[in-house]
Write a protein of this length. Sequence first.
Length: 737
Amino acid sequence: MFKDSSDERITFKVAIEADKSFDGRMAGIVFDASGGFVMQQEVMKGQLDLPVPAAELNRYRVFVAPLSGDSETQKPTIKMMQRLNAFEPVLSLKGQVPERILIPGHVVDVWKFCLCWVRGRVIKSDSSSPVCGARVHICEVDKLWRWIIRLPDPDIFRLRDDLIRVIEEPRIPFPPRPQPDPPPIDFLGGNITSGNVTSYISFGPGERAINPQPEPPRPISMLTSESGMHADTLARLKSSSVSIVRDALAANVKVILPYLCLWPYWWRFHCDEIAVVETDSLGRFQLIIPYLCSGDKPDLYFWVEYEINGSLETVYRPPMPCYTHWDYACGTEVTIRVADPRVPGCGAEPDPGGCVVQVLSIGNDISMSEIHGSGAAAAELGLTTAGSPFGGKIEPRVWFSRSELRDSKNIWYFRWSYRRYVSGVDPDDDAGWTPLTRDVVRHYPKPVAGGYDHVPYALGPQPVGAEHNLYEITPAQNPEGNHEWTVVDEHEDLASAHFMTKGLGAGTTFEERALNAAGKYELKLELFDNTGNRVDDWDSPGINLELANVAAPFGTGTVTFDSAPAFNRIIRSGKTAGFYMMMHVDNNPCRAEISGITGTGLSVDPAGCGFILYENGASADLRFRPYHPNDFATFSFSVVRGVTSQVHRATASGRVDASPIATNDPTPPIRAYVKQPGGEYLETFPVTELLNDCTRGAFSEALHVRTLAVDGYGRVSGLDAFSHAGFALTRPCPGEK
């Protein structure tokens, strides 16, 4: 029987084939012709009511699918219908609409749900600290056998040939198992390690190797014995029948699976997003997803976004074939390691045992052991061991024994101060010091409807007693009464102070202020009790002062400390009264200048088109000036002929104060740029060396000047400079002079 096609709403009777039954819930799910979700209506009392005009039904696809409590929270997709073995009836035939939807018995036989607990953690790859507030996208990947079934016939044979090639002529090194956190290598470039190291692909930030799944390919002996690919299977793969080959590939998906990571040209997978979940204060996430008990377990892929500067940025999205968790073992923890340096770690601020003040680093990258101090030459004091000055915003990281200092000794506050270094003035002299006054906060999770807000708690600056600009040592408990402090922004939640070095110096322009401010500065850290009295004796209450003695970033290694030497202590009346350090600051911007081409046997094209005419035996002088007033910079000068031909003969790089600097072509005669009075570098080249085998050529010149100043998170690259220029060499036209 058929309905009247003029109906504005359609109600179908829903029945199951005789002798079959289904006790669960069902729904009718409607998609438009392009696969977009339109609506979902539950089947009630054996009827499905759809607010769709019967005359327009041919514009939609309707599925009847089982419902579970968890599937209702996920947006339906066509792929979800395939996973759930949903029934898609034919509902419009020659303009007529049936009154009943009859579901075949073999369809409902598999409509039994199992639930899969998906859980994991997002951590920083360099420190293993958890990442809070990350958005984890959980996707289900196409089943490999479905992918094989859909491949065009020519691709079936290509995939077969690739598989047979690695089986019969194994060239991929085989390790026992992947390393726990292996280094990437450039497989796409053809570089494959050997021995006990896995073959890995070189990826971008946050994309590290084939860890934890899948395992790397195994050698032929294991392929044949463990996977079941024996002579009869190989014979089927070598068949000339596309259907036989397709069936053989589909039956051996577990053999193919590991190799897909090493075959970038087969990366044609798609995934269906199941949900987006947010990590908690420990970097954890979880989700319950339904799947058909009669089918395969979900194949899951994860990618991660994080809010950076007010917008969501993708910070982890590795290649799908290498990072899909095939047949995910429900309940096992997935570890996602994010390497993007913009993403901060989180977790409770440590409370070291005993009674100690531990000065770790400047920012993330410079340990206290990497700053010249005790025993250094006068010129090196305050520079990093790599010879770099500091610039930008400086963020010292300090750990306090919070419970012991606050609860046992009533020492609640600290203060950072700075002053310009003057030789001969003792660090314990109180004259000339300026307190740091930029706000310092810590975040904590505050429960709200549906989750948490991460609320700032101000440590200071604040007045206490007669003192000003004091900062509170982070209390053990936050205002919510628990011990969880989160790191929402690494720059804010891990810093004990913010030294704004670009604000130093007198002058009307930034360049003038930076020039006047450059030099050595002293910093000190002092403690105060709960009433604001300065603690001028750290020794009697047993407060130890320690400095990190290993290089930063600390990563997954052990961070150890040494007792601070005398250089790093403020001494009053023979007692330790504070921490002291020196820091060389230089925010001077770099400059880059490229001079025009001069030389012998050269003349400018009289036609005014910019060409430089050269005669036999002509030579060209290349000149450029990389500049930094205190020489805290490096440069790279490159010359390119045409579009891509690097002229190594004329390309060079080095420190702006070095001379001579040899070019990048080591073959004799060696060419080198020599620094001239005024800072310009010069080298003279025979024109034939620049042109090589050409008789004319257009050249581009590029000069990058890069500051050496660092802020604990990298170079202060905003101080860099760049310049470019170009010239063209050609012989005079006949008759020209």
